[in-house]
Design a protein around this ligand. Structure first.
Ligand SMILES: NC(=O)c1ccc[n+]([C@@H]2O[C@H](COP(=O)([O-])OP(=O)(O)OC[C@H]3O[C@@H](n4cnc5c(N)ncnc54)[C@H](O)[C@@H]3O)[C@@H](O)[C@H]2O)c1
Length: 254
């Protein structure tokens, strides 16, 4: 049987839970050699164990996106493990609701590092390898958010960073127009993942403002968004480059 990702290697950041873990499973089901990277090695081991029966292969290692050297290290680990890198999924992210006037310098710096700068440093390290992908199939899928295309209350750093991911996607897409590299972006709406269950709402929050990003159809599953990530990374999407794909249960429709 021919699988979409047979012989291809894929690095997924933030793959210890939620969308990242779902993407690891999806790529492994498609026959990929997956490098799962995050901070929590125990949870990564569980994700890898959960893929044991799938046709692909899953190995894992450390990544802390606040450290550019760690981003470069994760790319080097993936290449060392599989001898090539065909797909980078910049998935990892963090989101805390905070009143703008109460955001500390450190919180701002961490939110921008994890949600934006880390994706840049991983991409920068990965691009030379992606350009060598057999058949010119190398590509990056960035995970932004509907907060990358609309404002989200109490989320200034997150929203700024996710708009930055959309900009990063477009800038790289134009820069590599003449070379065999695709760069695309997914903007999920609310997904049922640990991120939404661990969110702390500040005192005095105006829920009507927060709910402006919520979809009438409710939360999506991580698997349903991982399917779109895998599609964009696959050769079925070979004509899609520089796109910003909203996946939001219809929220942005109005
Ligand atoms: N859940 C939602 O409603 C939603 C909506 C829109 C966009 N997103 C985005 O989807 C992506 C996946 O989020 P999720 O919902 O699966 O959340 P999640 O909390 O389940 O997963 C986030 C992942 O990022 C990792 N991570 C966080 N900080 C890191 C760091 N410093 N270094 C390395 N890894 C780090 C976490 O360990 C985890 O593996 C994120 O970019 C998030 O912003 C989520």
């Amino acid at each position: 049987m021919s699988l979409a990702f047979s012989g291809r290697s894929v690095l997924v950041t933030g793959s210890s839970s939620g969308l990242g873990a779902a993407a690891v499973r999806r790529f492994a089901a498609g026959g990929a050699k997956v490098w799962a990277a995050a901070r929590d090695q125990e949870r990564l081991a569980e994700v890898a164990q959960g893929c044991a029966d799938l046709p692909g292969e899953v190995r894992f290692g450390h990544l802390d996106l606040v450290d550019p050297a760690s981003c470069r290290g994760a790319v080097a680990d993936a290449v060392a493990a599989y001898g090539q890198l065909d797909v980078l999924v910049n998935n990892a992210g963090r989101h805390d609701f905070r009143v703008t006037t109460e955001v500390t310098d450190e919180q701002w710096a961490t939110d921008i590092a994890v949600n934006l700068s880390g994706a840049f440093f991983c991409s920068q390290a990965a691009i030379p390898h992606l350009l060598e992908a057999p058949g010119g199939t190398g590509n990056i899928v960035n995970v932004a958010s509907v907060a990358g295309v609309m404002g989200e209350a109490y989320s200034a750093a997150y929203t700024a960073a996710k708009h930055g991911i959309v900009g990063l996607t477009k800038a790289m897409a134009v820069e590599y127009l003449r070379e065999p590299l695709r760069v695309n972006c997914v903007c999920p709406g609310g997904m049922d993942t640990p991120q939404v269950h661990s969110i702390d709402i500040p005192d005095g929050t105006d829920f009507e403002l927060i709910m402006r990003v919520a979809a009438t159809r409710g939360f999506m599953s991580a698997d349903s968004v991982a399917a779109v990530v895998a599609f964009l990374a696959s050769e079925d999407a070979s004509a899609i480059h520089g796109s910003v794909q909203v996946v939001d249960h219809g929220r942005m429709a109005g």
